[in-house]
Design a protein around this ligand. Structure first.
Ligand code: ADP
Length: 482
């Protein structure tokens, strides 16, 4: 035995105590004798015996009570109970309690040693099994940890190599991760940005504007422009228990394509305008050249209507050119409530024809805009014109003008067919017409594209929302300060 195993004896009967002490020492065990219950507890705690032998009573307490208390605190400690005499009831209780062994007189030294050896062997077996189990469980946990580590590395490698820029943020918008593409986009190489606030690290007005709205939830189709002409499409996605992620795709080539397309449309429209003016002029001259019969009169009217329609389309297209290229620089003091009056005058006949009820709500304290009055009128005409055009007979149109944080808010509501939610962004694209527009309502799909370009060139925002109770609400925000 390399290290002597320690047996703790808690027995009152001095003759038995003496016998056990001698028998165990002779068998090579170390023995500690407890004087009372506190000294027994101290020995268990400090000396950590391999086995405890308790008398039927010890220090005025039942051996069963002591054993049960000890097992509760040290469940792996083997305990042998020594009974003053063998009874079935006693043996049963010892079994029930989970004691390791049971001794009773007449006792021979070999009985004591055999029982102690048997109990220790069993405890060792149990200990070995427990150790094996712990090792097995730990190994499987380590394996799992290894797998999740591998998965994490794999995920990191995927994100690092994605062509789109990816920035992962915590809930305070501090940077948790930036991939290679995002480092390139914002020229961050050589800077340690992890843990830094995104707002302080990346100074881009468009990106900051998007992040200012991140509380609203997921954000899509946000254009981020750079001074060198690059344009990115940015999205913000909230990630539960992490924060959020910003992803960015390079759309510079699409923007260039759009520019070329606009340039082409502008050139063609420009070349169309002169012949159209000539056609319209000659159709008017025909009437003056002599009397026309009824059919000729009708055909001429249709011809004029069509030419006027094409001319207004060409004019709209020509309007978009300078707006999109940012050439609209004219700025004057504009009182938008006056503009609204002129617009309503223009649509008065249509409002009366369709018996539309127009409700106006205009704040008294409206601040003037610094804007291009012609463009603001055009914006108002298009929005109010659409509301009247798409609202059925006997419908309702509501127009309100108010102030909100130095911004002018224009709301144009109608009781028309509304616009499907997935088309809310698309209707501001050139030539896009919503799928649910009422049959027979004519249009080119350019009005809202013009509105958006005008609002953009005045640093404002425009969007559409469903109107409660049916219809749509177009909302325009325009800054009033210089
Ligand atoms: P259009 O000349 O077709 O009216 P716009 O650019 O003004 O072109 O509008 C684009 C599309 O948006 C329209 O075709 C229509 O489907 C939809 N739309 C615009 N305003 C409204 C509205 N007030 N109610 C319902 N749909 C509308």
């Amino acid at each position: 035995m390399t290290k002597q195993e320690l047996i703790l004896l808690a027995i009152d009967n001095s003759a038995i105590l003496d016998l056990m002490d001698r028998a165990l020492r002779a068998a090579g065990y170390a023995v500690v004798i407890a004087q009372d219950i506190p000294s027994m507890e101290r020995s268990i705690q400090d000396a950590i015996p391999s086995l405890l032998i308790v008398g039927e009573t010890f220090s005025g307490k039942e051996g069963f009570t002591i054993s049960s208390a000890m097992l509760e605190r040290f469940p792996t400690l083997p305990i042998i109970l020594f009974a003053n005499q063998d009874t079935t009831g006693f043996a049963k209780s010892a079994l029930k309690l989970g004691l390791s062994g049971y001794l009773y007189p007449p006792l021979k030294m070999s009985d004591i040693v055999d029982e102690v050896q048997r109990c220790l062997a069993r405890a060792r077996g149990l200990g070995d099994w427990l150790r094996r189990e712990v090792k097995r469980t730990t190994a499987s946990l380590e394996e799992k940890a290894k797998i999740s580590e591998t998965e994490r590395n794999r995920l990191e490698a995927i994100i690092a190599n994605i062509q789109d820029g990816v920035i992962v943020l915590d809930i305070h918008q501090n940077i948790l991760m930036v991939n290679q593409a995002a480092i390139g986009i914002f020229n961050l190489s050589g800077r340690s940005v992890l843990g830094m606030s995104m707002k302080d690290t990346i100074q881009n007005a468009d990106l900051n504007a998007m992040m200012a709205r991140s509380g609203e939830g997921a954000l899509k189709y946000h254009e981020v422009n750079f001074d060198d002409g690059r344009v990115y499409n940015a999205q913000y996605t909230p990630i539960p228990k992490v924060g959020g992620a910003v992803t960015m795709q390079d759309i510079s080539y699409l923007k260039e394509l759009d520019r070329l397309k606009s340039e082409f449309i502008h050139t063609v429209s420009h070349d169309l305008r002169s012949p159209l003016t000539a056609i319209l002029g000659y159709t008017e001259l025909i009437e003056r050249t002599g009397d026309l019969n009824e059919n000729q009169q009708l055909f001429l009217q249709r011809l004029q209507g069509s030419v006027q329609h094409v001319t207004s389309l060409v004019n709209d297209l020509l309007d978009l050119g300078p707006l999109e290229s940012g050439f609209d620089m004219r700025r004057e003091v504009v009182h938008i409530d006056n503009v609204l009056k002129y617009t309503l005058d223009m649509f008065d006949a249509q409002i009366k024809n369709k018996n539309i009820q127009v409700e106006l709500k205009i704040d008294l304290e409206l601040k003037p805009l610094r804007a291009n009055p012609i463009r603001i009128r055009q914006m108002m005409d298009n929005l109010v014109g659409n509301a009247i055009k798409y609202t059925p007979v006997d419908g309702r149109v509501g127009i309100s003008l108010s102030m909100q944080n130095e911004q002018l808010v224009l709301r144009v509501e109608d009781s028309g067919p509304g616009i499907p939610a997935d088309e809310h962004n698309r209707i501001f694209e050139k030539f896009y017409r919503a799928t649910n527009k009422p049959a027979g309502v004519e249009g080119s799909g350019l009005g809202l594209a013009i509105v958006k370009s005008i609002v953009d060139s005045h640093q404002g925002r425009v969007w559409v929302e469903p109107n409660l109770g049916g219809g749509s609400v177009f909302i325009v925000l325009l800054p009033t300060q210089e």
